[in-house]
Design a protein around this ligand. Structure first.
Ligand code: PEP
Ligand code: MN
Length: 356
């Protein structure tokens, strides 16, 4: 089997258990995934960064032997998570093709620097960098730059989006915060961006929807956790799927092309884009008129020495607009954030007028 080359296969499908637990579980899961012909890379965690000590923290080196056997049997490249120098050395000793850096490691510049330095003599290995736990693009980009600075070629580095931890209630284990991904893509446009729906969702029913959203946003692949007996898994039990369900999920993803050559498609798209440009221009023309009216209100309030913020009036404006927009196909969250932005700008305008 030749060297794994990142970018040769798009979309790239990586699947396998959260962790290698036993020989049977790891090999059986991998063989079933490989048999489908739908999986390009087998993943398995060998060292598991767990929140609490005393829980299962991975099998360690013996599991790397199982993975070598899987590689021999399936001909597929293997991926494992590394978090320090010794992990890198052991993984390379056992011919692992792809090393990924987990979200808990990307947050630590010391750990990343150690990994980057451990790779100095093995620059042709592929490294996938997961986003840090916290929604901090600088930290994610910093990790990538540390690898580049140690001489890892950019084409051997890929990115994995696994969602961001969030203090508050959401239906996702780690909400996707897609806008963060646009920012990262803008910084490293040439790098593969792979979605990990398993860690975003944290549960099975949401997986397909997130995978499809990622495909719609032109992601370059998926990393999906699959286990031959997910309910009995020693880590991330709720989000793992049996190999058959993993394959069905992969089959159901509709991948989009980045652009199309069809002239009819382009004509239709251009027409819509012209409409959007026109609507945007009108929207901002109206917003500017609205702010000019706010300026007038500022003058009137100043003349009578009345405060800018009139909470009751603002409550009325919001209620009226929420009622009105309910049937317009706009979400309440969107309407609220637009109203808030308008309100802030309007108050700034009035402040300017009153304090001039
Ligand atoms: C994993 O892939 O099993 C893992 C630990 O993921 P993350 O670093 O995204 O939490
Ligand atoms: Mn996991």
């Amino acid at each position: 089997m030749g060297k794994f080359v990142l970018g040769e296969k798009r979309p790239l499908i990586i699947a396998g258990p959260c962790a290698a637990e036993t020989y049977e579980q790891t090999v059986n899961t991998a063989l079933e995934l490989a048999k489908s012909g739908k999986v390009d890379v087998i993943r398995a965690g060998v060292w598991k960064p767990r929140t609490n000590p005393g829980t299962f923290e991975g099998i360690g080196e013996p599991a790397l032997g199982w993975l070598e056997e899987i590689k021999e049997k399936t001909g597929l490249p293997l991926a494992v998570e590394v978090a320090n120098r010794s992990h890198v050395q052991l993984a390379l000793k056992h011919n692992i093709d792809i090393l990924w850096i987990g979200a808990r490691t990307t947050v630590s510049p010391f750990a990343i620097q150690e990994i980057a330095e451990a790779l100095r003599d093995n620059k042709d290995v592929t490294v996938l960098v997961k986003n840090p736990m916290t929604p901090d693009i600088g930290l994610w980009a910093g990790a990538v730059n540390r690898l580049i600075n140690e001489g890892i070629p950019r084409e051997n580095i890929g990115l994995i989006h696994r969602g961001f931890s969030y203090f508050g209630h959401t239906k996702y284990r780690n909400p996707p915060m897609w806008h963060m991904i646009f920012e990262m893509r803008a910084r490293f446009p040439e790098m593969m961006m792979i979605c990990d729906p398993s860690h975003i969702c944290g549960c099975r029913p949401l997986l397909q929807g997130i995978a499809q959203q990622a495909a719609d946003l032109c992601f370059d692949g998926m990393m999906i956790e699959s286990h031959n007996s997910p309910d009995k898994a020693w880590s991330d039990s709720a989000q793992q799927v049996v190999p058959q369900d993993c394959i069905t999920m992969i089959d159901n993803i509709m991948w989009r092309t980045k652009s199309a050559d069809d002239p009819e498609f382009n004509d239709e798209l251009n027409l819509c884009r012209q409409q959007i440009d026109q609507i945007d221009a009108e929207l901002f023309e109206l917003l500017s008129q609205r702010m000019k009216t706010a300026d007038k209100i500022g003058h009137i309030k100043k003349a009578s020495n009345v405060a800018i913020l009139q909470t009751n009036r603002w409550g009325e404006v919001c209620r009226r607009m929420l009622n009105m927009t309910r049937s317009m196909g706009l979400s309440e969250e969107f309407v609220n954030s637009v109203l808030e932005a308008i309100h802030v700008e309007s108050i700034n305008h009035q402040n300017e007028v009153m304090n001039k």
